[in-house]
Structures are given as structure tokens and as C-alpha cells.
Design a protein around this ligand. Sequence first.
Ligand code: XMP
Length: 211
Amino acid sequence: MSALILALDTTSREEALRIASLTADHLDAIKIGYPLVLGAGLSIAGEIAALGVPVIADFKVADIPNTNTLICDQVFAAGCSAVICHAFPGGDSLEACVASAHAHGGECFVVCEMSHPGGAEWFSGGVAERFSGMAVTAGADGIIAPATRPARVAALREIIGTKKIYSPGVGAQGAAPEDVKALVDGVIVGRAIYGAADPSAAAREYRDRCR
Ligand code: XMP
């Protein structure tokens, strides 16, 4: 059983709020990122949160510690409950994100291995294991790991123990909730819900399949 997180990658405020309203009852969280925030502004985070759904900011934050702190502080001030960060800038940069998240009562998730085919090119060969170890050392709340490669999710679970795993790649990228729901805490679904003819029915179906 896992939570269901909608990746709301529409670019218009009106469309985002329409889909969020239609699907909110079936979701555990909504993930927003550059497509929506560049189109609608960061204030969309508060508007979605006002619907009663926690908002995860997928900005894949990757800068020096001071800049990471400034970015994450903005994210949480806007009403987000969690932020997604990269590990590759180093442990101090990651710790800055974790510190900001925890200072605001929020959570920090670390990208460890990406779900698309190219994710296996760069994050293979043990780097994802290193990133997972960095997430543990920095006190992060969890990691992002690919539903498209359940065996890799299982390997990273060995490193992070009971920390959370949120897993993208379900739906448009080919994975199914059943592939990973026993391994992860949350499944992330984007186009297969927000691009469906009936987003509410699609969200309900994915929620049921995650249970
Ligand atoms: P789709 O439409 O493919 O959307 O269901 C997936 C969403 O998840 C994001 N994504 C990732 N984010 N690590 C991340 O932090 C990943 O490995 C990863 N793979 C996909 C993607 O940007 C979209 O919002």
C-alpha cells in the first residue's frame, strides 16, 4: 500500500486548479515543479494547499548551501509541505535544504536515481547508493527512486531503512503501481492523471491500485 501523489505539470493556473479540485479527494499530495510554477507563479502552491492537499515542491534544488536555504525558505513560505533536492552539490548543500525544511515543519526528499532511461546512464554504478547514504547522513526525510526499476528501489531501501521513498515513473513512463507499491511510501503519477479525459476517475483508479 502506498500514497498517491499527483505530479501536476500543467502550465496554466486555471487548468491546474481545475484538475486539483477534481482529483483532490483521491490524492495524498500534489507535486508541483517548474512547468506549473513558471507558468502560474509560486503563489499557486498556496492556492493548491488551500484545497486541503499537501504540496511537494519538485525544484530539484542543486546549489551552494546559502542559495539552497534561500530557495527552500521561499518554497515553505509559499505553503509547500516538502521540497525535492539533489545530492550531487554535496552534503553541506543537502543539509541546508534539510535544515530549512525542518525549520518550517516540512520534509526534504533527495533525488537518488531518476526514472527515465537516461537516469540509468548517470545514476548507475553505485552513485545512487552514495546519494542515498548522503540522504541518511543529512537527515533527509526520504528519497526519490524509480518505479521503472523496482530492483533498484529495493536496493536503495536497504540503505535508507524506514525513511520514505516516493517513486515516479508510473503511468506515462510505463511502470504500474503494483510494481512498487509494496516497496515505497508514495507513487507519483503525472500525465496518466492530469492528461486523462476524466482526471477524477483516473485518480480514483490509481488510488485504488495503490491500496
Ligand atoms: P509523469 O507524467 O511521467 O510525471 O507521470 C512524472 C513526474 O515526476 C517527475 N520525475 C522525477 N522527479 N526524480 C524526480 O525527482 C525522478 O527520477 C523523476 N522522474 C520523474 C517528473 O518531472 C514529473 O513531474
